[in-house]
Write a protein that binds this ligand. Structure first.
Ligand SMILES: NC(=O)c1ccc[n+]([C@@H]2O[C@H](COP(=O)([O-])OP(=O)(O)OC[C@H]3O[C@@H](n4cnc5c(N)ncnc54)[C@H](OP(=O)(O)O)[C@@H]3O)[C@@H](O)[C@H]2O)c1
Length: 231
């Protein structure tokens, strides 16, 4: 897609990847609305993007729809939705707290799906949705059963969404490996298992922006080449 002049909403812009993507889109000439949960973390990103912050909790699917509507109204339409929200949870599958499991699925799966549904109805001339799932969607990992399952469900949903809408809009599924953004330290429960050396989050930001510009449908870790690739 042409990024210059595109009207983009970045949800999760209070986070490390979301704020990086929002700022990078502004640098490429896009008009960017930003949404997140923590108003304090969101404020500097909104200021850098020259927009009013939109605050929401993804657990509230009505709020997801309203935020997309508010962003489209502010920008006079919508061409791109980026969903960079997410939370982790750790521990053995048999020990998981049901309330934590519900929140993981609400934030990582159901909220992003609600945002995408709301955006899909607003694209006038094509459009793109870019959603952060994770490598765990393909490589479920011990001590991360629920987190892996939320990402697998999201990624599967994106695959069908892409097939059903291939003539209407582009669906970009971003499945990075472990990153240096500190997500694991903000987990809802448990301690992370030993994880591989993290990839810099900036690599994901740069690859996502290039993927958007080129119309790629996946950003994935190439284990042989040991690099993140857009394809
Ligand atoms: N970091 C990694 O190792 C890694 C690897 C693969 C995939 N990913 C995925 O990349 C995405 C971005 O993660 P990140 O590394 O940039 O972590 P991050 O800095 O912690 O960002 C997470 C974002 O999710 C938002 N969020 C969490 N719960 C929310 C809720 N209930 N309602 C609204 N927003 C909520 C946070 O909002 P507030 O800060 O405003 O609360 C924040 O903007 C996530 O989907 C993550 O699963 C990360």
């Amino acid at each position: 897609m042409e990024l210059s002049g595109a009207r983009a909403l970045v949800v999760g812009a209070s986070g490390v990847l979301g704020s990086g993507i929002a700022r990078a889109l502004v640098e490429r000439g896009a008009t960017v609305s930003v949404a997140g949960r923590d108003a304090g973390r969101l404020a500097p990103v909104a200021q850098a993007c020259g927009t009013e912050p939109l605050v929401l909790d993804l657990v509230d699917t009505d709020a997801c729809r309203e935020v997309v509507g508010a962003a489209a109204a502010a920008m006079g339409g919508l061409d791109l939705l980026v969903v960079a929200t997410g939370v982790a949870g750790f521990g053995p599958a048999t020990d998981a707290d049901p309330a934590v499991v519900e929140e993981l699925f609400a934030v990582n799966t159901l909220g992003p799906m609600a945002l995408v549904r709301a955006a899909a109805g607003r694209f006038e001339d094509g459009g793109t949705v870019a959603v952060l799932s994770a490598i765990l969607a393909e490589l479920p990992t011990n001590q991360m059963a629920e987190y892996s399952a939320t990402k697998a469900a999201l990624s599967t949903w994106l695959t069908v969404l892409r097939r059903e809408n291939r003539r209407a809009f582009t669906v970009l599924d971003v499945r990075p490996p472990h990153l240096d953004t500190g997500l694991a330290e903000r987990s809802l429960a448990g301690e992370p298992p030993k994880l591989p050396a993290p990839l810099p989050g900036q690599v994901v930001v740069d690859t996502v922006v290039e993927a958007l510009a080129s119309g790629a449908t996946e950003v994935v870790w190439d284990a042989g080449a040991k690099e993140l690739v857009a394809r």
